[in-house]
Design a protein around this ligand. Structure first.
Ligand SMILES: *Cc1c(COP(=O)(O)O)cnc(C)c1O
Length: 229
């Protein structure tokens, strides 16, 4: 099957649209990120031909290889845990780092971004469900963390990201998405300089429709577009 990726993309787009309609949201406010980790360049090119422009990767090595090989209007998002010694390599290839999970990482991004003379858009990863196995800040520590990161002049907090638990029934993750949304509303209401909360990165193949209903602006879909990894 040659056009599987294109067919999958149109199915995901149709479901996104339906979720927007159900929840009274503007479809333009929700962006699909095609999570292409582990997939070969040919798969990304196929998705690009089906109008994918945003790609999610979780390894610096893959971003550094794939980003320069794609058309220049393809945007790459770093969605995986980022080691501080790899920040410098990845900065110029990504439009956003979704996975800021420590103050030290944010400080490293600041140091490398200042050297390059660039600004970096980031999201704070929040471990909403408090899973042992996951990276991310605990929800209750986010306000204090923001008080530190807001003062890093080249690092702009644009919103929050979460990786919800693996569940059979996507409805089980609704409270997780609601909680991330509520946290973003609380933070937004403080009107902190250098911090905006317009972006909520939440929802994957199994639960993106529920995430959209609860306010996601970026959804990260891998398996649903590229098939099993
Ligand atoms: C792999 C991955 C995804 C996509 O997962 P699927 O279930 O394949 O859609 C989304 N977000 C993150 C952070 C990932 O690592």
């Amino acid at each position: 099957m040659n056009n599987t990726i294109a067919v999958n993309m149109s199915e995901v787009r149709a479901r996104m649209m339906a979720a927007c309609t159900r929840s009274g949201r503007n479809p333009e406010d929700v962006t699909l990120i095609a999570v292409s980790k582990t997939k070969p360049l040919a798969a990304l090119q196929e998705a690009y031909a089906a109008d994918a422009r945003d790609f999610g990767e979780n390894k610096v090595k893959e971003i550094v290889q794939k980003a320069p090989a794609m058309p220049s209007d393809a945007r790459f998002h770093m969605i995986g845990h980022l080691q501080r010694n790899k920040v410098k390599q990845v900065l110029k290839h990504v439009v956003m780092i979704h996975s800021v999970d420590s103050v030290r990482l944010a400080e490293q991004i600041q140091a490398d971004a200042a050297k390059e003379g660039i600004d970096v858009n980031v999201l704070l990863e929040v471990n909403v469900a408090k899973e042992e196995s996951k990276f991310g800040f605990m929800p209750e520590e986010v306000p204090d963390v923001i008080e530190v990161i807001k003062d890093l002049p080249n690092v702009h907090i644009c919103g929050l990201m979460t990786i919800a638990p693996f569940v059979e029934n996507p409805e089980d993750n609704r409270p997780v998405f609601k909680k991330l949304y509520e946290l973003s509303v609380d933070i937004k209401s403080k009107n902190i300089d250098n911090v905006t909360m317009g972006v909520l990165s939440m929802g994957m193949t199994g639960d993106y429709e529920v995430a959209i209903e609860e306010g996601a602006t970026l959804i990260r879909v891998g398996t649903g577009i590229f098939g099993a990894r």
